[in-house]
Design a protein around this ligand. Structure first.
Ligand code: ZN
Length: 569
């Protein structure tokens, strides 16, 4: 929160004029942020970012596309669609004609095909110089055709959005473009194809209520104004001053609406990474059923023969809770490559207690999710001590459904004392959120692997634990409730927790014997910074083998197997 506040100070505030000039001809240009005159060539070579203050210049559609795609690879499509004047609005055709001549634009959006690091994509960019990139018939038509053509060619779509909204001069025909573009996106999406909108300053009105918000991954530029109703309208309606940073990109991430913010200089790299993560020989199909595991096998065997100093159940409870234990993100960074964290439940808030995104497991794209604890007080506030709220479970579910769409396996790390127990969590349906995950996870058509790495606290853990297999680390625990709670409910004495831990069968070994889990990940010494690499390597090899088992298996069979697993409990 504090970080966010500091960031807001650096970005544009509501009081700034909404208009930022695009780069005019001439040697010097005025920065829209700091107002300084800066050398145009410096601005251009800094991706149209002010070299003095970091402020963003608005850029032309052509420049946007060129900055991202491979050199000379853009081939423009759908030009020359005739404008209509359904309201016979006086002067409208002349205005369009004049704008076309002045801007050399075909309309407010450019669409075409290009290559991004060698991969073909359909790409488009809106241009605010053309009636504030408002959406009338031609814009709607071009965007619709972009998705139809991308569907035919089975290509991903990238769209740089910026718009004042629907075009008033075309009345209801403009409004209908929202439904038309959304319908085309649905067809493209149902075919398992990727769509990434990049929201730039400003993206408002009907565009945010249609194609701008319908991406698999939604990105934004720092400080971009994004909202359905404009800030001035809201202010007038409610008669209150809006908070600083309201409707800026950072605000949208915090509120769970978009996946993340990407600085302009990193857009090309990030977009390329996203396309790669979604188009690389998808899913779990290319792992051989038998991966080499000899080296780690010894490590595992040595462990089992030693039988780890016979820690008591209570010792393991304490070990599982220890702040020395590696967290989900530490395993994620250690096991996977190119982890791209995605944020938000698209509805209410980005829950810091749940992290998730897409990454490569030895070249194979997978969806990775984890309950995240903090180590310092500050981190624990952000992470809410690893206790997810409903929006955390909903974020996880959103990412799992996305995994299913793209035929990627899901790997979930569980480490939670339990779902957050609080007023707001109940207001937003904590029980419903957990139940929904159990329901939806049960028939995901991709393999799901759940691993308890620390605490597996009750329903809050199970909400990520409906796997085809569930593994536990040797010193992790999985419980119906805390031993303290158990002791206080059954024996009216929470001090008898160590005894309760013994009775409850909470350890990996006991749960494996009960058939609740499939595998124990050995810990020669309790997991910590020193053996993180070793344990990660052990997990990685087992994960690859796990995925290998599902190579070529139809989705229904994968879901069926998961059904039987829990049916037998
Ligand atoms: Zn500046």
């Amino acid at each position: 929160m504090a970080d966010l506040k500091r960031f807001f100070k650096k970005t544009v505030t509501q009081e700034k004029p909404a208009k930022a000039p695009s780069v005019p001809e001439g040697l010097w240009v005025k920065c829209p942020e700091c107002g300084e005159m800066v050398y145009k060539e410096d601005v251009v070579s800094h991706s149209y970012v002010c070299p003095k203050c970091g402020g963003y210049f608005r850029i032309k559609a052509k420049t946007r596309i060129r900055a991202v795609v491979d050199k000379d690879s853009f081939e423009e499509w759908f030009t020359g669609i005739e404008n209509r004047n359904p309201l016979d609005y006086p002067g409208y055709p002349d205005k369009i004609k004049e704008l076309k001549e002045r801007t050399h634009l075909d309309e407010a959006v450019r669409i075409g095909k290009a290559r991004l690091d060698g991969r073909e994509v359909v790409i488009g960019a809106m241009d605010s110089r053309f009636l504030m990139a408002s959406m009338g018939y031609v814009v709607g038509e071009k965007i619709t055709r972009a998705f139809e053509e991308a569907l035919r060619l089975r290509l991903p779509v990238i769209l740089f959005c910026c718009s004042g909204g629907a075009r008033m001069q075309e009345g209801m025909v403009s409004l209908m473009q929202m439904a038309k573009t959304s319908a085309a996106i649905k067809r493209h999406s149902k075919a398992g194809l990727l769509y990434v909108p990049v929201l730039t300053d400003p993206t408002t009105g009907g565009v945010t209520a249609s194609f701008a918000m319908l991406g698999d991954v939604i990105l934004a530029e720092p400080g971009a104004l994004i909202g359905f109703a404009g800030p001035r309208v809201i202010q007038q309606t409610i008669g209150q001053k809006l908070p600083e940073g309201f409707q800026r990109a950072e605000f949208l991430v915090e509120h769970g609406i978009i996946d993340g913010i990407v600085p302009r200089e990193q857009l090309r790299r990030t977009l390329s990474q996203i396309v790669r993560l979604h188009t690389e020989a998808c899913g779990f199909d290319s792992f051989p059923a038998e991966s080499p595991a000899r080296k780690i096998e010894t490590f595992g065997k040595k462990k089992r023969s030693k039988k780890s100093g016979d820690l008591s159940a209570w010792d393991r409870v304490l070990t599982a809770r220890s702040s020395e234990r590696p967290t989900s993100l530490e395993y994620i960074y250690s096991i996977f490559d190119d982890f791209l964290e995605l944020h938000g439940d698209r509805a209410f808030r980005d829950d810091g207690a749940v992290v998730g995104g897409v990454a490569f497991l030895d070249g194979q794209p997978v969806t990775v999710i984890g309950v995240q604890k903090g180590r310092t007080t500050k981190e624990n506030i952000t992470r809410n001590f690893g206790m997810p709220s409903p929006e955390g479970y909903r974020k996880a579910l959103r990412l799992m459904k996305q995994a299913e769409k793209f035929n990627r396996a899901v790997i979930a790390f569980i480490d939670t004392p339990g779902a957050f127990c609080g007023l707001e969590a109940e207001e937003r349906g904590q029980g419903e959120a957990i139940a929904r995950n159990l329901l939806e996870m049960s028939d995901l058509t991709v393999p799901v692997l759940s691993i308890v790495i620390g605490e597996g606290g009750s329903g809050g853990a199970l909400a990520l634990g409906v796997g085809n297999e569930v593994w536990m680390m040797e010193n992790s625990t999985y419980t119906i409730l805390s031993p303290e709670g158990f002791a206080s409910i059954l024996w009216k004495d929470s001090k008898r927790a160590p005894e309760a831990a013994q009775v409850m069968k909470v350890t990996a070994a006991e749960l494996k014997e009960l058939g609740i889990i499939e595998r124990i990940i050995p810990e020669e010494h309790p997991a910590g910074e020193d053996n993180l690499d070793e344990i990660s390597e052990y997990m990685k090899i087992r994960m690859k083998r796990f995925l290998g088992k599902y190579a070529g298996m139809p989705g229904e069979e994968i879901a069926g197997q998961r059904y039987e697993r829990f049916r037998g409990m």
